[in-house]
Design a protein around this ligand. Structure first.
Ligand SMILES: NC(=O)C1=CN([C@@H]2O[C@H](COP(=O)(O)OP(=O)(O)OC[C@H]3O[C@@H](n4cnc5c(N)ncnc54)[C@H](O)[C@@H]3O)[C@@H](O)[C@H]2O)[C@@H](O)CC1
Ligand SMILES: [K+]
Length: 219
């Protein structure tokens, strides 16, 4: 059974958990990263021998950087491709990037051959996606979809509209997705299935309101 919420509701719940209840956002990011890492170990369709993390500069990318570090500290081979301007990264992303630098996790570049990797992790956009995808982001998404490797998406496959399940220009076709707290309404539509793959719903301590406990159940 999957309860679903809108992207705006997910952002409100994140904000309430952090600002009103007082769980620090970095704690939530760490918990998200641990769950996503565990989901990747659980999905036997994923070959984790050589990992490429695709990281946007927001908190979705920050989640990806936590996964990168957890994989590295457990002996996996990991590269990070950051897309977007790191100078404009969110504060939590910057903090996670500094931690990745401590572990000397190698960087990948836009012109990289994605076929040298056995799995791609999509941390380009999550609930912050606000317009159609273009430029380097579109190039990376199209390269990921054309690659032999499976992709595991974080929160929402990048480019997928979490409310409607529509593709905003182009979108990641994931083998599996770790969605945070609740699946988003558009992710359980028929048209979203080729993009989300298998959905893991990860409880990371985000506030679960009464309204959501009573929400209608899907599936
Ligand atoms: N601290 C929190 O609130 C938590 C956030 N989490 C993660 O953070 C994500 C949300 O993070 P953010 O709010 O930083 O947003 P995203 O990381 O989803 O997006 C980053 C930024 O991309 C820009 N953007 C939007 N559409 C674009 C486009 N088409 N082309 C280029 N740039 C575009 C926006 O300025 C946006 O702020 C969630 O999906 C989840 O993965 C989780 O770690 C749980 C806790
Ligand atoms: K994503």
């Amino acid at each position: 059974m999957t309860q679903t919420i809108s992207v705006e509701e997910s952002r409100q719940l994140d904000a309430k958990t952090i600002n009103e209840i007082g769980i620090p956002s970095m704690v939530l990011m760490e918990r998200a990263g641990i769950k996503i890492y565990e989901n990747m170990l659980d999905n036997k369709d994923l070959d984790l021998s050589k990992v490429l993390i695709l990281a946007g500069t927001g908190n979705n990318g920050g989640d990806g950087l936590v996964v990168a570090r957890l994989l590295v500290t457990h002996g996996y081979s990991v590269h990070i491709l950051t897309v977007g301007n790191p100078a404009h990264a969110s504060d939590d992303h910057k903090a996670q990037a500094k931690i990745c630098d401590y572990y000397e996790i190698p960087k990948a570049f836009l012109n990289e051959d994605f076929n040298q990797y056995t799995i791609l992790v999509d941390g380009l956009f999550g609930s912050g996606l606000s317009r159609n995808v273009g430029g380097d982001f579109a190039t990376v998404i199209d390269k990921a979809n054309a690659a032999d490797a499976n992709t595991h998406a974080i929160d929402i496959p990048s480019g997928l509209n979490g409310d409607t399940g529509e593709v905003m220009g182009t979108a990641i076709k994931a083998a599996s997705t770790s969605t945070i707290a609740y699946a988003k309404n558009g992710m359980v539509t028929e048209q979203a299935k080729p993009y989300t793959g298998k959905i893991y719903v990860d409880d990371i301590g985000i506030y679960r309101g009464k309204r959501f406990e009573e929400a209608s159940l899907i599936n």
